[in-house]
Write a protein of this length. Structure first.
Length: 254
């Protein structure tokens, strides 16, 4: 019988030093996974790796920008030096620039798309040969409620997250025969460095909590728990699904 753990599962997590990525790293490590995580800041990667390895966890950090092709290829090469297959891919790396649509420069909206969507698209493709060797693998794409509704996050962020949701649905069907499950989690506003400046505004924060039936924003570890469930063999018959982790927001009318 499948157990409620990720013991010895081989995992890649992008954007693993902060926010939801860091919480996912902690949750997966506690559940027994072997993990390679990425982030852009080399010193933060080293500090995070050392902190986890000091606790006895099988965690390896790799400094890489998920939006850059040569960095993605280097990550794949690194995985191959450690393992001969991959069980779980968590596409979590993300960024945002909040502006009105007409105010974005091409460089700005390209950065949002490259980091949020194209990095996930390419990591799915690059990891495919390693995932097929697992025979029982899982991809979890971290999108956002903004991929379904207008939250004032800016159109590049919202549409890049919507693209992630649809990518998951397509791959879930296309790769099912290879034993690869693909699902999406879409968090509501969550306490992370990416949302800190926004949520620190009392007026905006109060508006968000007022719209949330549970009455607060999410904690990163709450999102990580849902990611972990999708990754487990316990979720072996769940694929192509989109789970909104939103405190009940989507159940009502804004």
């Amino acid at each position: 019988m499948n157990s409620w753990n990720l013991k010895d599962k081989k995992v890649l997590i992008t954007g693993g030093t902060k926010g939801i990525g860091r919480a996912t790293l902690e949750t997966f490590a506690d559940l027994g996974a072997q993990i390679i995580f990425t982030a852009r800041n080399e010193s933060e990667v080293k500090e995070t790796e050392q902190a986890f390895r000091a606790k006895g966890f099988n965690v390896f950090g790799f400094s890489a920008d998920a939006a850059i092709k040569k960095d993605r290829l280097a990550v794949i090469d690194f995985i191959k030096t450690k393992w001969n297959h991959l069980d779980i891919l968590v596409n979590n790396a993300g960024t945002n620039i909040r502006k009105k649509t007409i105010e974005y420069s091409e460089e700005e909206y390209q950065k949002v798309y490259q980091t949020n969507f194209f990095s996930a698209f390419e990591f799915c493709r690059l990891c495919y040969p390693l995932l097929t060797k697992s025979k029982n693998s899982s991809i979890i794409n971290v999108a956002s409620v903004a991929g379904q509704y207008d939250l004032g996050t800016g159109s590049p962020y919202a549409t890049s997250k919507a693209a992630m949701i649809q990518l998951s649905r397509n791959l879930a069907v296309e790769w099912a025969k290879e034993g690869i499950r693909v699902n999406t989690v879409s968090p509501w506003f969550t306490v992370t460095p990416l949302t800190d400046s926004y949520l620190s505004n009392p007026e905006k924060s109060n508006q968000i909590t007022a719209r949330t039936p549970i009455g607060r924003v999410a904690r990163a570890e709450e999102v990580a728990s849902a990611i972990a469930f999708f990754a487990m063999d316990k979720a072996s018959y769940i694929s192509g699904q989109h789970l909104m982790i939103d405190g009940g927001v989507s159940a009502g009318i804004f």
